[in-house]
Design a protein. Sequence first.
Length: 711
Amino acid sequence: MSLGLPPSALNLLLLPALGGAPSPDSLAEAAIAARVEIVRTGFGVPHILAEDFEAMGFALGWVQSEDYGDVVARGMVQRRGEYGWHFGHDSIDGDFVAREIRGRAVETFPLLEQPTQAVYTGFAAGVNHFIRHHPDDFPDWMAPDFTAVDAHALDVQTWSRGDARAFVRGLERRLGAGTAGDAAFDLDGSNAWALHPSRTTSGHAILLRNPHLSWEAGYYEAHVRIPGEIDFYGDFRIGGPFGIIGGFNRDLGWATTNNSPRYSQVYALAVDPSDPGRFLLDGTSYALQERSVRVDYRLGEDIRGTETRTTWWTPLGPVIHRTEDRIHVLKDPRDGEFRRGEQFLKMMRTRSLEAWLDVMRTRAHPSSNFTYADADGNIVHYYNARIPHLPHEVTGDTAAWAATSADVWSELVPFEQLPLYVNPPGGYVQQANDTPDYTNLNVALDRDTVPPNLPEPRLRPRSQLSLDLIHGADRLSLEDVIARKHSPRMLVAERVVDELVEAVRTFAHRADVLHAADVLDAWDRTAAVDSRGGVLFKRWADAHQRSVGRDGFFREPWTPERPMATPAGLGSSESAVAALTEVVTGMRAEGLALDAPWGEVHRVIQGSVDEPVAGCEGTLGCFRTLSFEEREDGRAAANRGDGWVLAVEFGDEPRAFTILSYGQSNRESSPHFDDQAALFARGEMKRVAFTDEEIERAAVRRYRPGGAESP
């Protein structure tokens, strides 16, 4: 295949020439642009046909910049550790971490395989090319000088400052010097299903992906093709070429959901009593090593400064806390890992379950449950986690004592010891961010066969509803799967409303509060658009939880003995009635009817779209997960939850539907800022154009980066 252009057309790719003859960089970029064609189909989805991996990366850098303006370039500036230079001293904290990461990126880039290097090289060049052609979209200081290392740095990992802070806070609490703070309900996460052919009407495997991050997370739908090399449709998270956490090719696909392994381990080492700058290990005294990072910053045009921060290191990792007689060291299995992009590129190109699992053994992506389906009819769930194989008991939030090197972990838990389900009985796997114990209710996870440092068993209401929707023997079509994914059921309401109504009728005396009980009694226990009672219940649940906390909300806590029936019941009748009384008073003051339809209050408000929407927070037990931001007019606008949703069936060719709730572009002037919002609000999805014929029928624009449109 050749997409090469004649010299006359190549000249079009060089404009504007920035006031003179094209620079060598411009010429090199134009040559890459000539090797790729972009076809935009409905809703702005880019289908990239490239001659090679460099051209593929180039087009990804271009289309992301096209749809998100300077967001990608600013992210690369951050990765260089130069944000403080452009935005002042208040912006330098991230620069210190970024400079460490970039140093590792420089060191490891030559170790990547050639296709991965080429994609990073092309991505940086594509961003540069866009800056040259659209200088007005960028601040004056933004230069088109990004490199492959800047692109690679996004996928280089470092030790967790968050884990370090959490350990120190916990240590201070145990010593009586700190406060615990309030635990918030978890907001982020994802859902995923895979159905075996024995559970589908078509006899083909089906995969569903359904993430729940902020609507500023930057999901980005794209299709990349290099004849004979790659044909992959999925999510390319804004900022780099390999933010791929879900998608498919002709043969297979996968979805990720967050899991929560404990990666790092803190060790306590003795300080050498003769020298506080040394520590003891294996009976030998070693000197602490000093590592300093310097960051430059600027305030306006005239004030410039430099700040240096120092970290003390041991061969095990950084020192995160010191006392007179011991140091605490964090050993993190993620620190320095650099092959994440390479792993995803290989996964995108696999054609079989065996090949896909072989790539997964890399575990350069540090965590995530992976839910998989393929055209051969296989379904899989793998609990992916880059966690250490501990030579000691699990210590939780405390440190393990290390007198010798044998006391310290040195290897990862073997791939084979992490939970893996392949074609389990019942024909399904599911994940909704809880532990792998309940991936399939027909198969009990044997805890004796998995590492002890996996999180303890847990199954929250959203996961229970996921299982309720997918467990069984009925056969589903792709359309059935999509309909069930949009279920408006609110499982927490199903567990407590009857007791709440009974408590109100027993203890309340105000007529309006008794009327509220009647509204809840008649309510269908869903967050459907026209459902009456959900607004009242959600406000009551929030008020009740504030009063009694998470542990007091239910009468019966969750137990592994009754995983699908608990938690249940009303934790405190007195508090529940008081909370409902408070809510009724507040709703009356707002002029909001107690039986206001859910969709009157809960909306998708994006650009010109203002539509009612079904769905609620996962903490209320909704599988169609949405969180909302309160507006001044009293309505609630969705701002987190279902983002890029994918449902795909693997037949002779993949048949797929997607929806990107907040649109393909964050530019309010773009037609693709809000053109999917109304579909999303109605629970509808758009058909994916995947084959050449489908792309041709759906084509809206055809062009090369920086060049003229093609007919």
